[in-house]
Design a protein around this ligand. Structure first.
Ligand code: DGJ
Length: 699
């Protein structure tokens, strides 16, 4: 039984390896008691479920609450802030109902006086070792109630001094790992950009001295692509309080009589085996249960994208030429990026008018599409549906569809405005136009971009008192558009991109087939981005391209290093094929062929971050699936003449024999040898790299 309810006062959620136990305190607050490695005998907790006491502090401040609200004797960060119609601003509840249905527990917290209830939901995924949590607020009375903060979930951990890991990034530098000990006060990771953005990520990961393979790690991932807030707080009563959910800055929701508001969900877990075990749990769960089903078990095709070759100057004949060269190299999906639609010659015009430009495609887009298909590839196109340029037909017709404030100039971001995705009319229009585009042209893939942060959260088509609902409503609008297009065109592969990795989160993961994690394609920078990204997000979900040098870092890298870096994810090619020599194209074709041999292992296998350039001379990334393992090794520069390196593999079968090629020799060694003694090899100079494939053989 994954959910145990002891007389509505003690609850235990059990997965295969984890227990999550909470109950009612003396004064009736719901508080966490235990979260960690499974304790099969829950009865041991029956006598004194919330045995806490701290000198001179009382409930609820001393409790690791499951859900708390601003007001009463709460002085720590809380999950909810609510204002009733008479301006009373606290929430005093009693647990009024508990329902267990299959693997879901619903608890209802009824306000003592006001007609207002909070529903807490817990759903257990026993085999996956994860819990899904979310909350909803219900107004059962006749007066409106205003919600000013509403987190999806709250978690409590014993003690303080945990390290909180998140990211500190920006465009071109996404997923820069950032770890901070939280010994006093709060650590907040958030977005106020109107979408997930590049700075932090809507996840929490807290631990004390955990490593890749050891230590306790507590983690959660929010399924939401709008403004979010993650707070990790060291509370003065000696425990750690974690909140995750929508950001409360510029949020307010009027809950009218009879209405319910539901938060986004959060997936939470615990690992007793360091970051690696967390990654394996999340990757398997995301691939097996969360990503859109239609393409979930199919490996992503090798992609070619013409953006870095042609930018906005797209011409049918030139694209056909590129497509022929791409096909000859073994590319399986040919993508035309920005610049194919009416009026789009640079970034100042065209967004919003999703019609093929007849000057660039005099015979229609199908001339190119047919040729791409004839060459045996799939065809893909770039769009940026949430945006409009002031220089566009759409804006001339519907200036009221843009987010704006009265008496204020609308600020420009990349010369564009943001459509009001909270307006159902806008979303309906986009569904119709994009459905037509996908129905009239045989398009197999869409790269969905988003290049402007949200600055004016106001709209002429909505009452001003609802403007603080816009952040949430526009995220819902984006989801409706993505879901509807997926429903009507399930086989069309959807890639999420937002100036690179601005929309990498579990909300996008549940609706898109893949992400573009960064516009930074520098192969060395990418190793850091890809490593940090992989903590929470699956490899299949990570597009990685080879491009020409495009100015970032002014670095020149050998083709092998660049290809190996991109082969660590879902491989793509973005170089200018019309300018590359035949020898180079042939060399790339060789790497593409190698990638196809290991693609299933890379995209669906277990990932092992064996060593990192963050703190070691070598980056070693290993993937294991069934009888195959692929190992990528990267040396950025030789140090002090040291060329001899030993790497210990993981995830192999101790007694199985693996065949692999090393320095021109075919070798056979047992898994035990490779994991305990390791693989010893020479790597030297600057930017040396290797791909070594291990194949299990009959012993
Ligand atoms: C930003 C994206 O991140 C790039 O990959 C490219 O699609 C450009 N936009 C096109 O405008």
């Amino acid at each position: 039984m994954p959910i145990l309810n002891f007389e509505n006062r003690l609850f235990a959620l059990e997965t295969t390896h984890i227990s999550y136990i909470f109950g009612l305190s003396e004064k009736g607050f719901l508080a966490n008691i235990y979260w960690g490695k499974k304790i099969p005998h829950v009865e041991d907790f029956l006598e004194n479920p919330c045995p806490f006491s701290v000198v001179n502090l009382s409930e609820p401040q001393i409790l690791k609450e499951e859900f708390s609200a601003f007001g009463t004797m709460h002085f720590k960060e809380t999950a909810l802030k609510v204002t009733f119609s008479d301006q009373v601003r606290d929430f005093r509840y009693r647990l009024s109902e508990c329902q267990v249905e299959n693997e879901r527990l619903e608890l209802i917290l009824q306000d003592e006086f006001y007609p207002f209830r909070i529903h807490l939901f817990y759903e257990v995924f026993p085999e996956a070792d994860l819990i899904r949590r979310w909350s909803s607020a219900e107004n059962t009375g006749s007066e409106p109630i205003v919600i000013e903060r509403f987190c999806s979930a709250q978690f409590g951990l014993p003690g303080t001094g945990y390290t909180s890991l998140n990211y500190n990034g920006r465009w071109g530098a996404e997923f820069l790992e950032q770890s901070d000990p939280v010994t006093v006060g709060k650590k907040v990771h958030e977005s106020l950009y109107g979408l997930t953005a590049h700075t932090a990520n809507p996840v929490f990961l807290v631990h004390k001295n955990a490593t890749e393979t050891t230590g306790d790690v507590y983690y959660g991932a929010l399924s939401y692509s709008g403004n979010f807030k993650v707070t990790v707080e060291a509370v003065n009563a000696g425990f750690t309080n974690i909140l995750i959910g929508m950001n409360d800055t510029d949020f307010s929701w009027r809950l009218n009589a009879g209405e319910t508001f539901t938060t986004p969900v959060v997936y939470a877990g615990y690992s007793d085996g360091g970051f690696e075990k967390m990654t394996h749990t999340l990757h398997s769960f995301a691939l097996e249960q969360l990503i859109p089903r239609e393409l979930a078990d199919k490996p992503l095709p090798v992609l070619y994208n013409s953006w870095y070759s042609t930018t906005f100057s797209v011409r049918c004949s030139e694209q056909i030429e590129l497509a022929r060269r791409a096909a000859a190299m073994g590319v399986e999906l040919f993508v035309v990026d920005d610049g194919w639609f009416i009026g789009r010659n640079d970034d100042t015009a065209g967004l919003g008018d999703w019609y093929v430009d007849p000057e660039k495609f005099p015979n229609g887009m199908n001339e190119l599409i047919d040729e791409v298909h004839r060459l045996g590839m799939k065809f893909g196109l770039w769009i940026e549906p949430e945006m409009v340029n002031p220089k566009s037909r759409l804006f001339s017709k519907h200036p009221e569809w843009v987010l704006s404030y009265p008496n204020r100039e609308i600020l420009m971001g990349r010369n564009q405005y943001e459509l009001d995705m909270a307006n159902p009319e806008v979303v309906d229009y986009l569904i119709q136009v994009l459905d037509e585009l996908l129905s009239e042209n045989a398009i197999d893939y869409i790269k969905w971009d988003m290049n402007r942060y949200l600055s004016e959260a106001g709209s002429p088509t909505r009452e001003p008192r609802q403007w603080k609902e816009l952040h949430f409503r526009s995220t819902e609008g984006v989801y409706r558009l993505a879901e509807e297009l997926k429903k009507r065109h399930p086989k069309v592969e959807l890639e999420a991109c937002a100036s690179g990795g601005g929309r990498v989160d579990y909300g996008a993961l549940e609706r898109f087939d893949e992400y573009w994690p960064s516009d930074n394609t520098d192969p060395l920078d990418r190793l850091f981005i890809q490593e940090a990204y992989s903590y929470f997000y699956p490899v299949k979900y990570m597009r990685a391209w080879l491009t020409d040098d495009f100015g970032m870092n002014q670095r020149k890298l050998p083709l092998a290093f660049s290809m190996h870096s991109s082969m660590c994810g879902a491989l793509g090619i973005g170089i200018d094929l019309n300018r590359a020599s035949d020898e180079k194209l042939q060399e790339i074709a060789g790497y593409i062929a190698d990638y196809k041999k290991i693609r299933n292992t890379v995209q669906f296998g277990d990932l092992y971050r064996l060593s990192s350039l963050k703190n070691a001379p070598l980056q070693a990334v290993q993937y294991v699936l069934d009888g195959q393992s692929a190992l990528f090794l990267f040396l950025d520069h030789e140090r002090f003449g040291e060329t001899w390196h030993t790497v210990k593999l993981r995830g192999l079968k101790e007694n199985a024999v693996y065949e692999y090629e090393l320095e021109g020799k075919i070798l056979r060694k047992t898994g035990a040898y490779l994991m305990q003694f390791g693989l010893a090899l020479h790597m030297k100079g600057d930017y040396d790299s290797r791909l070594i494939i291990f194949t299990e053989k009959e012993a």
